[in-house]
Ligand binder design. Structure first.
Ligand code: ZN
Length: 375
């Protein structure tokens, strides 16, 4: 009898296994139809949640752009900044000459909360007059009121953000260590204008676009093709930036987005240690840095005097809310689908001392230093 029962039990288990296999084959499992890009889990953890809607301390946002297109939009944005406890915001205009003046007059006409930074004038690039013309243009923009230069951008083929601003089509020029940029960087040092430089992109954008890519889906939107002739990879670009720091020790360089090295804080720390004139901003890398809250916090603590707060992203309230939640709370396991990463995020929970430095003290100190140097 016992043997018969055992045989029946084994047969039943086998039937169940077969039926499961058949179900999967027929595609009845959601696993077979759900696409990764549609996977948007909702956290089910019962944990404390905090949703600050303004910064705990006054903020000098060192990295944004000319998102407001009209006087009315400037006014709305100024109100929003005030509500978020943001006292100053750097507008990286990319512009020079008349274009810079137009933006300057519109933003400054609305509020002093806006701090206008100009671009390099690339209109004479490739001609013998380039240096002279670009330097004259920089001095003119400085006299108009430009406080710094931004955002220089090199994603592998040379600076292309400023040429892109003029033509709508980015035309790569040269890397940051190119002697043709020497006169401009030197003049920035002389005038006390910091330069924001963007090199490369996060490491996931360089990896093969396949099931092993840790940041897949978002990387797919921003991928970089290393087969492009002449293109430099992330680490080579970081080297050009380091050489730029070496060539111009009297110029303040701000590598934005943590120099796109949030995946390797050890390397980023070594680079920081090598260059006194190099600073970082944390703009638009809140999602990348909030996946490793302990390593990120340790980095913020170690380099607490040399990191600025920045946003960079479109100024929706949701975006600001996410910054305050990541930097100020220790909330765990939440998502942000504005970016396509599938990662859960975690609050970094910076101390008040570090927060104050990040939010405004480091910026104040830099401006004091630059002003003293100018005298
Ligand atoms: Zn930017």
């Amino acid at each position: 009898m016992k043997n018969i029962l055992t045989t029946i039990a084994i047969a039943a288990a086998a039937a169940l296994l077969v039926s499961c296999g058949e179900d999967t084959k027929k595609g009845t499992s959601y696993l077979d139809t759900l696409l990764l890009k549609d996977y948007k889990p909702v956290p089910c953890m019962k944990l404390p949640e905090h949703h600050p809607h303004k910064a705990k301390f006054p903020v000098h946002d060192m990295h944004s752009h000319a998102y407001a297109n009209t006087v009315e939009e400037c006014k709305e944005w100024a109100e929003q900044l005030k509500a978020n406890n943001i006292d100053k915001v750097v507008i990286n205009t990319y512009a020079s000459g008349d274009k810079f003046d137009k933006l300057y007059d519109m933003y400054k006409g609305v509020s002093d909360v806006f701090e206008m930074w100009c671009g390099f004038d690339m209109s004479a690039w490739g001609t013998p007059e380039f240096e002279e013309k670009a330097v004259a243009s920089l001095v003119r923009d400085f006299e108009k009121g430009a406080k710094g230069v931004g955002e220089v951008g090199d994603k592998g083929l040379g600076e292309s953000y400023f040429t892109g601003f003029d033509t709508g089509v980015p035309t790569p020029t040269a890397h940051m260590n190119d002697p043709r940029f020497d006169a401009l960087f030197e003049k920035c040092g002389e005038l006390g204008m910091p330069v924001i430089i963007h090199v490369g992109d996060p490491i996931w954008m360089y990896e093969p676009m396949d099931e092993y890519n840790d940041g897949y889906v978002n990387s797919e939107h921003w991928k970089i093709d290393l087969d492009t002739p002449g293109i430099l990879d992330l680490y080579e670009l970081c080297t050009t930036l380091e050489e730029c720091c070496n060539r111009h020790p009297g110029t303040t360089i701000i590598a934005c987005h943590f120099m796109n090295l949030t995946h390797d804080y050890e390397l980023l720390g070594k680079i920081m240690d090598r260059h006194e004139n190099l600073y970082l901003d944390n703009s638009a890398r809140h999602v990348e840095s909030a996946i490793t809250p302990r390593a990120t916090k340790a980095f913020y603590e170690k380099y607490q005097d040399r990191i600025f707060f920045g946003t960079d992203n479109h100024p929706a309230q949701k975006m600001y809310d996410l910054q305050w939640r990541i930097l100020e709370t220790e909330d765990e396991h939440f998502y942000d689908y504005e970016h396509a990463y599938h990662w859960p995020l975690h609050g970094i929970g910076l101390s008040d001392d570090v927060l104050k430095k990040l939010y405004y003290e480091n910026a104040d100190k830099l401006y004091e230093k630059l002003a003293a140097k100018r005298k």
